[in-house]
Every structure is written in C-alpha cells, then in structure tokens.
Ligand binder design. Structure first.
Ligand code: PLP
Length: 370
C-alpha cells in the first residue's frame, strides 16, 4: 500500500481542474492543435517569466536540447562538454548530432558539473558546453560562460529540472547561457499533460534558427537549406501549461519549505550524521530532494515496504552507459558520479506533501537505518 508516493499529481490537478478543462475545451473548439495562438501566447509568457527575448516551444525537453545543438550546426568532428551524471538525454542529444560528448565529473555537494574542470576540457574541436541544473539546483555558471566567451563556444543550459530556479544573484535558470532548455514532462516542476519542451534565448539569429529547425528545417515552407525535425509543441499542452505557469513560483516555494522541514526532521531524529541531505542554497527549487546514504539499496527496500515511493536518479553515470562504450570511458574515470550512482536516493518532495507524510518518511528512514 502506498502511503507516501514519490509524486502525487492528483492534488494539484484537483485545485485547477475547472480552469484546465476550460483551456482544453478552448483548443478543442478552435481545432488548432499544432503551434498557433496558444503556443505563441505560452512562448511569450515563458520568455517574460525567464526575462529573455525569445522562447520557442518544442515537442519535449530532449528535442529542445537537440534543436539547440542543431541550430548552431553541431555535427561530426565536434565535441560537446557535459556532465557525467544526468538524465540520459543530456548526452544522447550530442551523440545524435554526430558529435562527441566529453564528460566531466560532478562536485560532491551540488551534484552538478565541476565548472572549472569543464573549462579545462575545451579544445579547438569544442563547440558547446551543456551544464545541467540537476534536481533544480543551478550549476555554477560564471566560470563556464567566461571560458565559453573567450573561446567562442556556445553554452546550452539543460534546465529541464530547473524552471523557476535562480542562482545566488537571482538570475533565472535558462537565461544565463546562450540558450536554455526546459522540459514539461509531467514530473518536472511545470508539468504538462504529456510531453513538451521549450528552448529560450536572447539571440535573434538563434531564435530564428530554432523556429526553422522545429519545422523540418523549411524556410520558407518546403524550401530546405537545413535538415530539421518535427519538434513542435502541441496547442493542448500549451493551453494546460498556461494555466499552471502562474502557480509555479508558489509550488517551488512549497518544495523549498518541504526541504526545510526535512532538514528539521532529520536533525530532530539525530540522523544527520548517517544521511547526507542536499545543501540549503538559495534558488534551489527541488525538482528532486536527493539524500545520500551508503546503505542505499537496503534502505530503499525498507521504504518500499513501508509504502514510501523513492527513486534513484540515476543508477548508472552517463560515461558507463553501454551505448557510449565506443567513447572509451571506463569505471573509475569519474569517481564522484560513480559514488553518487551508488548512494543517491530521491525522497518525496512534491508541493502538496503533508507534515505527517514527511514525519512518516523520516521515521521510516530512522527505523530502516536501525
Ligand atoms: C527530463 C529531462 C530531460 C528530457 O526532457 P523530456 O521532456 O523528458 O524529453 C533532459 N535533461 C534532463 C536533466 C531532464 O531531467
């Protein structure tokens, strides 16, 4: 029996049900399903929210990243630097362009790519760097953007987990690099009713290219100077997301408040020497609340028995994925990422999580660790 699911979307839907159904009806009545006024309005709202000039709706976060790489013409012979520890898509999009991913280890506290190590990996073949704001905490951007400017390299933020996150200076995730990519997969902080994504940029030329790339590369229609894809965002997704966007900051605040409460509960239970909690940094929006415990797998089994949903993000670092074997990486290359793959465990953190549920989770962890 599930007592505390990892994520419960039903509570959020209940509060917005009528508004969302009216938005869906509006699209049904219009019979305009691909791009169109809903998508244009949503793009303008996201651009405004992030403080950027352009937002281009995409079919998913993966396609938002792929289109960003395609828009700058990344291809065979090129290198793209990214983290060794992320969701698979962060690296897969690089391989799909024909370029080579160059992995960098993460920092043990932030779970994010070591920005200085990344800057050191720049070669004459490097075309882009993809920092990932993992779990909703922003990666350190200044050393990257500085190095990238010096070498004429594009920075593409994988902000799939980080819409609404800010850095120490209050700047929005996605707005710091040359391009920023978001996902509206249902488990993200702003989740649609299916797949969806967005690429944002301040660059007029790149924005124009992104719009061409998402429509098969035709400009004008049926005249192709480049090969693109079908990366368009649906009007139905845009209509749903437009209802949700005004609530995003409030939801992110609740996630932060839940993280705060976990910290208090773990401290009260005397567990802070057994369990490493995510650092409290301003602007972290906790798409995931990921703890580190050496006895992770046994603890996870115990929590499952107690009806508590958990997940491992991610059990295999990118450099050890079988499909990337030809890149020549081996076990031991990125020890921090490899240790986290063994020790990380995501706990429920969704905005509607109750005090009682959190207390139950921490109590169960205390029992599980004995
Ligand atoms: C979810 C996610 C993606 C991909 O987004 P989709 O919408 O699922 O295609 C890419 N990168 C990271 C870090 C993600 O969490």
């Amino acid at each position: 029996m599930t007592k505390v699911p990892l994520l419960d979307l039903t509570a959020q839907y209940a509060t917005l049900r009528n508004e969302i159904r009216a938005a869906i009806d509006r699209v049904c009545d219009s019979q305009r399903f691909i791009l169109g006024p809903e998508v244009e309005a949503f793009e303008a709202e996201v651009a405004d929210y992030c403080g950027v000039r352009h937002a281009v709706g995409m079919s998913s976060g993966t396609d938002a990243l792929l289109a960003a790489l395609m828009a700058i013409g990344v291809g065979p012979g090129d290198e793209v630097i990214t983290t060794a520890y992320s969701f698979f898509a962060s690296a897969a999009v690089i391989v799909r362009t024909g370029a080579r991913p160059v992995f960098v280890d993460i920092e043990p506290e932030s779970f994010n790519m070591d920005a200085r190590a990344a800057a050191d990996m720049i070669t004459p073949r490097t075309r882009a760097i993809i920092p990932v704001h993992l779990y909703g905490r922003m990666a350190e951007m200044y050393p990257l953007t500085e190095a990238a400017r010096k070498h004429g390299i594009t920075v593409i933020e994988d902000a799939a987990q980080a819409l609404s996150a800010r850095d120490a200076d209050g700047r929005m995730a996605g707005a710091l690099g040359n391009m920023g990519c978001f996902s509206f997969f249902p488990t993200k902080n702003l989740g649609g009713f299916g797949d969806g994504g967005m690429t944002v940029t301040d660059d007029d030329v790149q924005a124009g290219m992104l719009r061409v790339i998402r429509m098969q590369g035709g400009a004008p229609k049926y005249h192709h100077k480049v090969v693109g894809g079908n990366f368009r965002l649906d009007a139905l997704q845009a209509a749903v997301l437009r209802v949700k966007l005004p609530h995003l900051d409030r939801w992110s605040k609740k996630r932060r408040a839940n993280a705060e409460r976990y910290r208090a509960l773990f401290a009260e239970a005397g567990l802070t020497d057994r369990v490493r909690l995510p650092e409290d940094v301003p602007g972290h929006v906790y798409n995931q609340f990921v703890i580190r415990v050496p006895e992770r797998d046994a603890l996870r089994n115990h929590l499952t028995e107690k009806g508590i949903g958990t997940e491992i993000y991610y059990p295999i670092p990118l450099h050890l994925q079988e499909c990337f074997k030809e890149l020549g990486y081996k076990k031991g290359d990125f020890p921090v990422a490899e240790a986290l793959a063994r020790h990380s465990l995501a706990l429920p953190i969704f905005p509607e999580l109750t005090d009682e549920q959190q207390a139950y989770v921490v109590q169960a962890i205390g029992e599980g660790l004995g």
